[in-house]
Design a protein around this ligand. Structure first.
Ligand SMILES: NC(=O)c1ccc[n+]([C@@H]2O[C@H](COP(=O)([O-])OP(=O)(O)OC[C@H]3O[C@@H](n4cnc5c(N)ncnc54)[C@H](O)[C@@H]3O)[C@@H](O)[C@H]2O)c1
Length: 250
C-alpha cells in the first residue's frame, strides 16, 4: 500500500511507540488520526503533526465509534489501523500482599486485548466497505510483545493479554482476506519509551545484557519504521514479527 495521501488511525499515539508511529507515518505523507486517553499527550503530538486528536478510551465502544467518525469525516477512509494503546502493570499470582488483584488482571486484559479488538472491529466494519486501492483495502497492525512467549515473573496478566493479541492475528487475517485487508502484529522487545523509563537502571541493564546484538534498548523509531514497511509490503499478512535485537527473556 502506497503511504502518501492515505489515512491512518493510531491508538496510544500520545506517547512512546504510538507517538513514533504517528511522527513516522506523517513524515511519509500519511494523514493521521490519533487516539489516546492522555489528553495532553495526544494533543501535543497532533499539534506538531497537524493531525486529528481524539481523547478516548480504547475499551469504550461509543467513544471509539465516535472517534472513528471524527477521523473519517476529517481525513477520509481509514486504511491503516495501528493499535499501540496499552499498559504493563507487574504483579505476582501470590505476592507479598497476597493474591493477585483480580481487577488488575481484568484491567490489563481489558485495555491491551479487548481495547485493541474494540478498535479493530469498529474500524474494520468501515474498511470492508471501502473501494480497493492497488489490490487492497487496508492493513491492521497490533502491538503484541515478546512477553507473549517469554513473560517474566510478575507479567502473568501482561503476557496473557499480549498472547491474546498475537493469537488473533491469523484468524482475523483469514477472515479479512476476502475483503483484501491484511492483519499483522509486531512483538517488540524492550523499547526505550516512557513505559520502560519507570524501570531502574539496574533492571534495564539486566534486560539489555540478555540481547545478543545490538546490546541496547530498541528505539521507538525502529518500531515505527517496521509499521511503515508492513503497510508498504503487501505480502506481509497473518504473522507476528519480533522486533527485539535477539533478546530472549528468562
Ligand atoms: N516499551 C516496550 O518495551 C514495549 C515492549 C513490548 C510491547 N510494548 C507495547 O507497546 C505499546 C505501546 O507502549 P509504549 O512503550 O509506547 O508505552 P507508553 O506508556 O509510552 O504509551 C502507551 C499509551 O497508551 C495510552 N493508553 C493506555 N491505556 C489507554 C486506553 N485505555 N485508551 C487509550 N489509550 C490508552 C497511554 O495514555 C499512553 O499514551 C503497548 O501496548 C505496550 O504493551 C511496549
Amino acid at each position: 500500500m502506497r503511504l502518501s495521501g492515505i489515512t491512518a488511525l493510531i491508538t496510544g499515539a500520545g506517547s512512546g511507540l504510538g507517538e513514533a508511529v504517528a511522527r513516522h507515518l506523517s513524515s511519509k505523507g500519511v494523514q493521521c488520526g490519533l487516539i489516546d486517553l492522555n489528553d495532553e499527550g495526544v494533543n501535543r503530538v497532533a499539534t506538531d503533526l497537524e493531525a486529528i486528536a481524539v481523547t478516548a478510551d480504547v475499551t469504550d465502544p461509543d467513544a471509539i465509534r465516535s472517534a472513528i467518525n471524527v477521523i473519517e469525516d476529517a481525513l477520509g477512509p481509514i486504511r491503516i489501523i495501528v493499535n499501540c494503546a496499552g499498559i504493563a502493570p507487574g504483579a505476582k499470582l501470590v505476592g507479598r500482599e497476597g493474591a493477585h488483584d483480580l481487577d488488575l488482571f481484568r484491567k490489563t486484559i481489558e485495555i491491551n486485548l479487548v481495547g485493541a479488538f474494540n478498535v479493530m472491529r469498529l474500524a474494520a466494519e468501515r474498511m470492508v466497505g471501502y473501494d480497493e486501492v492497488d489490490g487492497e483495502r487496508g492493513v491492521i497492525i497490533n502491538t503484541a510483545s515478546i512477553a507473549a512467549w517469554e513473560g517474566q515473573i510478575g507479567q502473568a496478566a501482561y503476557a496473557a493479554s499480549k498472547g491474546g493479541v498475537a493469537s488473533l492475528t491469523l484468524p482475523l487475517s483469514r477472515e479479512l482476506a476476502r475483503s483484501a485487508i491484511r492483519v499483522m502484529a509486531i512483538a517488540p522487545g524492550i523499547m526505550e519509551t516512557p513505559m520502560i523509563a519507570a524501570m531502574s537502571d539496574k533492571v534495564k541493564e539486566a534486560l539489555v545484557e540478555k540481547s545478543l546484538h545490538p546490546k541496547r534498548l530498541g528505539q521507538p523509531e525502529e518500531f515505527a519504521s517496521l509499521v511503515a514497511h508492513i503497510c508498504e509490503n503487501a505480502f506481509l499478512n497473518g504473522s507476528t514479527i519480533r522486533l527485539d535485537g535477539s533478546v530472549r527473556l528468562s
